[in-house]
Design a binder for this molecule. Structure first.
Ligand code: ADP
Ligand code: MG
Length: 491
């Protein structure tokens, strides 16, 4: 745990996260959900709020919202109500946003977030409600404001946390864990650069040990992990300074200028919005049967935290590697395909040893992915191919060095490692007779190194090893070479 920057105060943070659901069409219209297309090319009369146009609820969006609720251990309500949230804004043609207010689809769940040191902290989830996104006002390159309604009506869930977070680090951990889960269950791509996962952070301070919550300020629209943490940190510093100077926090909605690392006030409570929520008479209550809810729950894939534990218990991995390997569902799937089913004896022959495969994936595969800044889907080598390579290394049929060289070549190109190893004669030199000949030649060619070894410079054996490796193009088994060298030099 890092020491709190302001020991006189306890920090209290609750997050509201807006998540774009992964649907083909909008929440109440058949217009396509797209990104970066020509403005106003994906709108219907519903998106435009033409008179008489009626909303029709997208069933897929409901299913994804329920998935999120189940994954976050919420109560899923068989009946929920859509309401009108009224405000005037150019990118909102109806003059109201359809949202859920008093009766949302999910309430009362939690999210366990990993903390420094390995243990987890449980953060309460107050509610998850469905709502539609607004359009986009554009100001670039013109003195006018232009409106793009492609985004208008895109389905969102808003996930509201209890005020359980206590630091900027916890905010980062919460957001990362939440995004990971939403991606695992296919509820959202949660691409922050495309605005599919954005966060409002409510921050307050109270005297250390006090039980009443302090007055909060809400930082709007944080769209990267880094900015969210930085904004919260800055806001905490600001409030602490204000309180230290004897001032009091005035409830406000604020924004974060990341270039200047500065918080600015957008509006204070005195002119807070009054949305005049009321049930939308165009929409009947959203009713989902208990059977359907159970079905959606049963179809959920294994969640990352469970998978991480299973990798430790079933495959014997360390906590850190298990965490890395379950970072995304795609990576975990790829790794598991390389490992094969550990319970199946039959598959063991074609699969790799879990610990070895884990090492190779974490070090070599992820290393290469990071270098290119790509994800596991960029890999062309079949997971079984990596398994074969790792097994050949473990069996001493190829050296780690040769295997690493080959892997670098075929990871993004694909290929059959066993065939390539044969074709290129990369098999490890394990025949000691052959190795002895090479060692003899190296000793004969390097009398100075041999002499300095004799004079007590034991490090010169490394030089000789290097020469053997060079002569064998890295195919000699290092252990055997060391053994033979030691025997010949001492003898
Ligand atoms: P609103 O919808 O007006 O923003 P809510 O009561 O729904 O207000 O709260 C929104 C978020 O603010 C929730 O995540 C909640 O946990 C958090 N929150 C409420 N009070 C505080 C407080 N005093 N300090 C920090 N966070 C708070
Ligand atoms: Mg709010």
């Amino acid at each position: 745990m890092t020491k709190p920057a302001h020991p006189d105060y306890d920090v209290v943070i609750g997050l509201e996260v807006h998540v774009q659901l992964r649907t083909e069409s909008k929440l109440f219209s058949s217009a396509a959900v797209t990104y970066g297309d020509e403005p106003n090319h994906h709108v219907t009369e519903v998106c435009l709020a033409l008179p008489g146009a009626l909303p029709v609820l997208n069933g897929r969006a409901v299913e994804l919202a329920i998935r999120a609720g189940v994954a976050l251990h919420c109560k899923i309500h068989p009946a929920s109500i859509f309401a009108r949230k009224n405000y005037f804004y150019p990118d909102l043609p109806k003059g109201y946003q359809i949202s859920q207010f008093e009766e949302p689809v999910c309430t009362g769940g939690y999210l366990d977030i990993p903390m420094n040191g390995g243990e987890a902290k449980r953060i309460g989830i107050t509610r998850i409600h469905m709502e539609e996104d607004a359009g986009k006002s554009m100001h670039e390159g013109t003195s006018d404001t232009r409106v793009d309604l492609n985004r208008s009506g895109v389905p969102l869930v808003e996930i509201v946390s209890e005020p359980d977070l206590r630091s900027a680090d916890e905010v980062g951990s919460y957001l990362k864990t939440l995004r990971q889960i939403l991606r695992y269950i296919g509820a959202s791509d949660a691409d922050m650069e495309k605005g599919q996962f954005r966060c409002d952070a409510n921050v307050s301070l109270r005297r250390h040990g006090a039980s009443e919550l302090g007055t909060r300020r809400e930082i709007k629209n944080l769209n990267s992990f880094r900015f969210a943490e930085a904004a919260v940190r800055t806001e905490i510093d600001n409030q602490a300074q204000l309180l230290d100077e004897g001032g009091s926090v005035i409830q406000a909605t604020v924004g974060y200028d990341s270039d200047a690392d500065r918080i600015f006030v957008m509006r204070t409570k005195e002119n807070a919005d009054d949305y005049r929520y009321f049930p939308d008479p165009d929409l009947i209550p959203l009713v989902v049967s208990e059977a359907r809810i159970a079905e959606i729950a049963a179809e959920l894939p294994e969640l990352p935290a469970d998978r991480c534990l299973r990798f430790q218990e079933e495959l014997g991995l360390g906590a850190d590697e298990a965490q890395v390997l379950t970072g995304s569902r795609e990576l975990a799937d790829w790794f598991e395909a390389a490992v094969g089913d550990p319970k199946s004896v039959r598959n063991r022959e074609s699969a790799g040893d879990p610990k070895s495969v884990a090492n190779w994936v974490v070090r070599d595969v992820l290393g290469a992915l990071n270098e290119r800044d790509v994800e596991i889907d960029a890999v062309a080598l079949a997971p079984e191919g990596l398994a074969t390579l790792v097994r050949m290394v473990d069996e001493g049929r190829v050296t780690a060095k040769s295997a690493r060289g080959l892997l670098a070549e075929i990871l993004f190109e694909g290929g059959d490692p066993e065939a390539l190893i044969q074709e290129r004669r990369l098999e490890a030199l394990s025949d000691t007779g052959e190795l002895e000949t090479v060692v003899d030649a190296v000793i004969a060619a390097n009398p100075e190194a041999v002499a300095s070894y004799g004079e007590g410079d034991k490090k010169s054996v490394n030089f000789l090893m290097g020469q053997v490796m060079k002569k064998t193009q890295g195919k000699a088994d290092p252990g055997s070479v060391r053994e033979i060298l030691a025997r010949k030099l001492e003898g």
